[in-house]
Design a protein. Sequence first.
Length: 92
Amino acid sequence: MATGMKTGGRQAGTPNKTTALLKDAILKAAEQAGGDNGLVGYLQEQATASPAAFMSLLGKVLPMQVVGDEDNPVQHLVKIERVIVRPPDRDA
């Protein structure tokens, strides 16, 4: 191999075939688990059942920077607060 020159293998950015197959299988399983509502229904169930895991997933898919346009600039964000509310007792 020449110094600093790539002479073989996959093109840069080409996903691993096994990774692509696993990703497709995961999406198909989630689609089926959602029943009539498909993938969206499954994700809605997970958001309710496991909010911490869902928020972590959401953080990975949201853009890292949010920008506005000239007419509607993004306002400075001061504070985000998470409040956990205890559900009412069902026995009462």
